[in-house]
Ligand binder design. Structure first.
Ligand SMILES: NC(=O)c1ccc[n+]([C@@H]2O[C@H](COP(=O)([O-])OP(=O)(O)OC[C@H]3O[C@@H](n4cnc5c(N)ncnc54)[C@H](OP(=O)(O)O)[C@@H]3O)[C@@H](O)[C@H]2O)c1
Length: 260
């Protein structure tokens, strides 16, 4: 069994931390998890959106406001799982991140430190914390229970696209950290999974500075475009495999997206 049996004391089958839960892939993942009986500690910088999610999703969702590259916010995420749901998190989804449009020659580098800070440093800090805790719990829990670290990479973390090579460099970095961590702690019973979305219609395009014209052209070429729920379904599939089975990498594109 990969999931605990719910009881009055522990009504949720899994406890998940999801960064970047206020929009797109993270929000869809939080919704999917809760619909499937998990509890979620969701993070983002937009307090009002987290408050709305708490109201809508009820006691299974708890928000932690703040920057996911901040040590204190990360501490709060893990503490909230225990304080609010009575158990440490057994799923951590490192999802918070942002894009940056433009090529190596032309991208606006004034924003690149911000991109690096959340996409690489923030994600790495979260991975370290999750790994250190899960290695300890899995000493006794594996193979009765699963522990999952899910990392949102990208198709541009594997294929070099001149169109978004600057943003892509942060995803190449996180792909290497994901595989390094998998090799390190997979043998200790912790599943580290890399999810590689293609073009998914979310808040990402706006934050990355893609023009409306460009998004329309991409839709024309590759549409219909998937939304965050397509990635949420893939993540749910990964984390509900039996604890001794690991789908360690999964790429999800619009059917008509040829490259990257
Ligand atoms: N959409 C795509 O085509 C695509 C493709 C490949 C990979 N991805 C990756 O998927 C992940 C999610 O993106 P998305 O497509 O769902 O975009 P999105 O709709 O813009 O969502 C991004 C989420 O990250 C949060 N976030 C950004 N910076 C943050 C920070 N410093 N601290 C805490 N939260 C932060 C945002 O919340 P706040 O603004 O409230 O903080 C938001 O909830 C990212 O890692 C992105 O690189 C997306």
């Amino acid at each position: 069994m990969s999931q605990a049996t719910p009881s009055a004391a522990h009504p949720y089958t899994r406890i998940a931390i999801v960064t970047g839960a206020t929009s797109g892939i993270g929000e869809a993942t939080a919704r999917k998890f809760i619909a499937q009986g998990f509890a979620v500690v969701g993070n983002g910088r937009t307090a009002a959106k987290l408050a709305r999610l708490e109201q809508e999703l009820g006691p299974a969702f708890r928000g932690v406001v703040g920057d996911a590259s901040d040590e204190e916010v990360l501490n709060q995420l893990f503490a909230t799982a225990v304080d609010h749901f009575g158990q440490s998190a057994d799923i951590v989804v490192a999802n918070a991140g942002r894009g940056l449009g433009g090529s190596v020659k032309d991208a606006d580098l004034a924003q690149f430190e911000d991109v690096l800070k959340i996409n690489v440093m923030g994600a790495l800090r979260l991975l370290q914390r999750a790994a250190q805790k899960m290695v300890v719990t899995q000493k006794t829990d594996f193979p009765k229970k699963a522990a999952d670290i899910v990392i949102i990479g990208s198709v541009v973390g594997k294929n070099i696209s001149p169109f978004s090579a600057v943003y892509g460099s942060t995803k190449f970095a996180i792909h290497s950290l994901a595989e390094g961590l998998r090799r390190e702690i997979g043998p200790k019973g912790v599943r580290v999974t890399l999810v590689e979305p293609g073009f998914i219609l979310t808040g990402f395009q706006d934050v990355a500075g893609y023009s409306e014209d460009m998004v329309n052209k991409l839709e024309e070429n590759w549409g219909p475009m998937p939304h965050g729920d397509a990635i949420a379904d893939a993540i749910h599939y990964v984390v509900t495999q039996p604890p001794h089975v690991h789908v360690s990498e999964i790429m999800v594109r619009p059917t008509r997206q040829d490259y990257p």
